[in-house]
Design a protein around this ligand. Structure first.
Ligand code: NAD
Ligand code: 89V
Length: 354
């Protein structure tokens, strides 16, 4: 039986939405029926480029008139809560860009709104959908490296990220919230939940408001994982936007090296792992773009099959807890016990995490 395509609308047509819009053309089982941006020119430009029939400047009006099966929210974080709650109030499923919200209370409220309304909700956390990273995770799952006990997940650059995303220069909290959220999700993807976190962070670039370098150590009895990030690093070759990974196990190490090379390393030996050329319409594009297509397809497949997506709103609360815990640890100099802030945010009578 041929299923009708799911009708979707994209809200927010700025910088990163171009990647979403481009990817939606290749996702199986969807039809893009409308775009919306407060900035009408941006919405119109997106509609023209991607042949979208309807244009809105107000998300509420779009939801009333179009009644889509789901919306894809690609606005900046301060608007996420309002838009996710609006979708939930209309009984519309929702996928929302990272970081889900500027506070844990907002993120919890978004999950609650969607759960109460019975609508699926996923955070667009795309780094784990990069083909090389996915392949490395599969290798760990085969047992080829033995028992994983150490990880290093690193993203260091001096790329002028502020050119395309100027709000990052003025956000009081920058690199942990914007980029660290990806790396902390990857740490959870490879290792599961830590029981302790320690963070050091600093601002190197004096022209921005927030921190642009951070190192976070996650620990549990089973593993230690270091995630480190920077937009201030002088390097001979800048690898933006690549994430380098090493997962050490009792039998071998799996790495994602420069230029997305996946390899299995044993003392004195390196076995390159090819990433199979499956049917990947955006293959050859920047793997970040490919990861956008992969996560969007995952979301649609989950909606159709009634499955919970990997980075559901509820799952993503654990990643955000680590983000806010990292800020707390950096500010206090003390280790953070994961789950503490989340418990306080989910229970408003508890101590405020703000
Ligand atoms: P942007 O400022 O370029 O675009 C956001 C757009 O949303 C703007 O055009 C703005 O007018 C519109 N908007 C804001 N509030 C709105 C509302 N209530 N209704 C309708 N439109 C509204 O921002 P961006 O750089 O594209 O970032 C968007 C999101 O994407 C952020 O959450 C950012 O963190 C994320 N992002 C993710 C990745 C990734 O790899 N996953 C990369 C870059 C950005
Ligand atoms: O997610 C983001 O905001 C991306 C990146 C991590 C590459 O900075 O722009």
């Amino acid at each position: 039986m041929k299923l009708e395509p799911l009708r979707l609308a994209v809200i927010g047509c700025g910088f990163f939405a171009q990647n979403h819009l481009r990817a939606w053309r290749h996702v199986r089982g969807v039809r893009l029926v409308a775009v919306c941006d407060r900035d009408e020119e941006r919405a119109r430009a997106a509609a023209a480029t991607f042949a979208v029939p309807a244009v809105y400047t107000d998300a509420g009006t779009l939801l009333e008139r179009e009644r889509p099966d789901f919306v894809d929210i690609v606005t900046t974080p301060p608007s996420h809560r309002e838009l996710v709650e609006l979708a939930a109030a209309h009984g519309v499923a929702v996928i929302c860009q990272k970081p889900a919200a500027p506070t844990l209370e907002d993120a919890c409220a978004m999950v609650t709104a969607c759960e109460r309304a019975g609508v699926p909700y996923m955070v667009h956390e795309n780094f784990r959908w990069q083909p090389a990273i996915r392949r490395a995770r599969e290798i760990v799952a085969t047992g080829a490296i033995g028992e994983p006990y150490f990880g290093r997940i690193t993203f260091r650059s001096r790329h002028d990220v502020y050119r395309d995303q100027p709000y990052l220069a003025t956000d009081r909290r920058f690199v942990i919230a914007d980029l660290g959220v990806h790396l902390l999700d990857l740490a959870r993807f490879f290792f599961g939940e830590p029981d302790s976190l320690l963070c050091a962070a600093r601002r190197v670039n004096p022209r921005i408001a927030g921190e642009d370098a951070a190192t976070i150590l996650l620990r549990s009895p089973a593993f230690a994982c270091v995630t480190d990030m920077s937009y201030a690093s002088h390097q001979e070759r800048d690898l933006f936007p690549q994430t380098l990974i090493a997962i050490e196990g009792s039998e071998a190490t799996v790495v994602v090296d420069a230029d997305y090379e996946v390899a299995l390393v044993r003392t004195g030996r390196r076995e390159r792992i090819a990433i199979l050329p499956e049917h990947r319409p955006l293959a050859g594009d920047a793997p970040l773009r490919e990861s956008v297509l992969a996560i969007q397809q995952h979301w649609v497949d989950c909606l159709r099959e009634g499955r919970t997506p990997e980075t559901s709103g509820r799952d993503n609360l654990k990643t955000l807890d680590l983000v806010f815990g990292a800020y707390q640890s950096a500010e206090t100099g003390e280790a953070y016990r994961p789950g503490t802030l989340l418990a306080a945010s989910a229970n408003p009578s508890g101590p405020s995490p703000r």
